[in-house]
Design a protein. Structure first.
Length: 402
C-alpha cells in the first residue's frame, strides 16, 4: 500500500511543529495515545472523521491541514482555483470601493451562465467551473452596480455559492466561508426566503466540513425553524428548503456521534419527503424520498452500522440524484460493504464513484479513507483499487496546480 494516502507523516510533523508529545496531543484531543501512535507509524492509514476532527482541534489546525486537502484541479482555461479565491476576496468588494466599469450583462444570460456552472459542478468538472466563475462573479457585480441588486440577486447569490463549494473542496476553508457569506448577502437582496435558506444550508455544510459541528447544527435547526411549513403547504420549494436543512442537521448530529438525535431529524425529514411524494431539485438542493434514504445511509455508515446503512441504500434511486451526489453515496455504500467484509463488491462500488468523476474523487477525504480500508484487506491491489489509490494520493502535500 502506498504510504502517500496515510496522514501519518503529516500528523507527526504537525505535532512536532507544535512541540507536543504523542501523550500531550492525545490528552488535548480526547483520543487515545494508541490511535496517535498507530496513525503516525502508518499501521492505521486514517481514522473516523470525529477522531480526526478532535486531533485537528488538539493541534489548533484546520481539519483540511491535517488531512492534506489541497487544490488538485486541472486547469482547463486561463482562470483556475486561485483566480476564484481572488475574485471572492477582490478589494473592489470593500465598502467605498464599489465603483464599477464595464457594460452590464443581461440578467437572463447571467442566470443561464449559473445554470451551466452548476452543471459543471454536479458533474465534478471542477476545472471548467474554476474557469467560469471569476468572469461570472465580475459580470454579476458590474450588472448589480448598473441595474441595482434585485435583477441579479439570485444569479449573484448562486455564483458565490458555487465559489464556496469549490473552495471547500480544494482546501481553502476561509475563502469558502467568505464566499458563502457573500452569497447569503446577495440572497438577502432578493425576495425569495427559501433561496436564502438554502444559502444558509451551504454555510452549514462548510461548517460541517470544517468539523464545527455545534455551530453547523445550530444554524441548520434555526434555519429550518424559520421556514417550517404547515402540513397543508402546496409550495414544494418550501419543503425542499426546509427538508434540506433537516438533512444537514441529521448529518451533523451523526458526525458528532449523537445518533439518536440524527434519527429524530431524519424522521421529520422523512415525513416531509412522504408529503412531497417525489424527489425534487429546487435551488440546486435535492429533497425527497431518495435524498432522505441517502442521508440515512450516510448517518448509519458514520455510526458503524453497515447493515442498516445498506438497507437505507437499497431505497436510493440513482436517477433522482445529481452525479456527484450519487458518487458520494456510493462511497458510503462502499464503506458499509467493506465493514461487512464484502471487499470485492465494495471495490466495485467505490470504482463507480471514481468513474463518475475522477476529479471530484481525488478531492474527497472519505475516498481516501475508503481506499485505505479496502487496500488494508488486500495483499495485492486489483487494478481498480490501484487506480483509486493513485487518485487519492495524487497531489498530496502539493500547494496546488496553479
Amino acid at each position: 500500500m502506498d504510504d502517500t494516502i496515510s496522514i501519518g507523516p503529516r500528523l507527526r510533523k504537525l505535532r512536532t511543529d507544535h512541540g507536543m508529545t504523542q501523550a500531550q496531543l492525545a490528552r488535548r484531543s480526547g483520543v487515545s495515545v494508541e490511535l496517535i501512535s498507530k496513525l503516525e507509524r502508518g499501521s492505521r492509514k486514517t481514522a473516523k472523521l470525529t477522531s480526526l476532527t478532535k486531533i485537528a482541534r488538539g493541534l489548533d489546525e484546520d481539519l483540511s491541514v491535517l488531512v492534506g486537502k489541497s487544490n488538485r484541479v486541472q486547469r482547463v482555461g486561463e482562470a483556475g482555483v486561485l483566480a476564484v479565491r481572488d475574485a471572492v476576496s477582490d478589494p473592489a468588494l470593500l465598502p467605498g470601493m464599489d465603483e464599477e466599469d464595464g457594460e452590464p450583462s443581461d440578467p437572463g444570460e447571467l442566470w443561464r451562465q449559473v445554470e451551466r456552472a452548476y452543471g459543471a459542478y454536479f458533474a465534478g468538472h471542477f476545472g471548467a467551473l474554476a474557469c467560469a466563475l471569476p468572469n461570472l462573479l465580475a459580470e454579476c457585480r458590474v450588472t448589480r452596480h448598473a441595474l441595482g441588486p434585485g435583477p441579479v440577486a439570485a444569479a449573484y447569490a448562486h455564483a458565490y455559492q458555487l465559489a464556496a463549494c469549490l473552495m471547500i473542496h480544494t482546501g481553502k476553508d476561509d475563502a469558502s466561508l467568505l464566499a458563502s457569506e457573500r452569497g447569503i448577502q446577495a440572497a438577502t437582496e432578493g425576495d425569495d426566503e427559501y433561496r436564502l435558506a438554502t444559502l444558509y444550508g451551504t454555510y452549514t455544510w462548510i461548517l460541517l466540513r470544517m468539523g464545527r459541528h455545534h455551530q453547523a447544527e445550530s444554524l441548520a435547526v434555526r434555519t429550518a425553524e424559520s421556514i417550517e411549513p404547515s402540513w397543508s403547504t402546496t409550495d414544494r420549494r418550501q419543503l425542499t428548503a426546509w427538508g434540506g436543512q433537516l438533512l444537514h442537521a441529521a448529518v451533523v448530529a451523526g458526525a458528532a456521534e449523537r445518533h439518536d438525535d440524527a434519527q429524530q431529524y431524519l424522521a421529520r425529514a422523512r415525513a416531509g419527503a412522504e408529503l412531497m411524494g417525489e424527489d425534487r431539485h429546487d435551488y440546486w438542493v435535492s429533497f425527497g424520498p431518495t435524498s432522505v434514504a441517502m442521508q440515512e445511509a450516510h448517518v448509519w455508515t458514520a455510526a458503524d452500522q453497515p447493515g442498516k446503512a445498506l438497507e437505507a441504500s437499497a431505497r436510493v434511486d440513482p436517477r433522482a440524484l445529481f452525479p456527484i451526489s450519487y458518487a458520494r453515496h456510493s462511497l458510503n455504500e462502499a464503506a458499509a460493504l467493506e465493514r461487512r467484509r464484502s471487499v470485492d463488491e465494495a471495490i466495485a462500488v467505490a470504482d463507480r464513484a471514481y468513474s463518475i468523476s475522477p476529479e471530484w474523487f481525488r478531492h474527497q477525504r472519505v475516498a481516501n479513507s475508503v481506499v485505505a480500508d479496502l487496500a488494508a484487506r488486500k495483499t495485492q491491489l486489483p487494478e481498480a483499487l490501484r487506480r483509486m489509490a493513485e487518485a487519492v494520493s495524487e497531489g498530496q502535500g502539493m500547494q496546488g496546480s496553479e
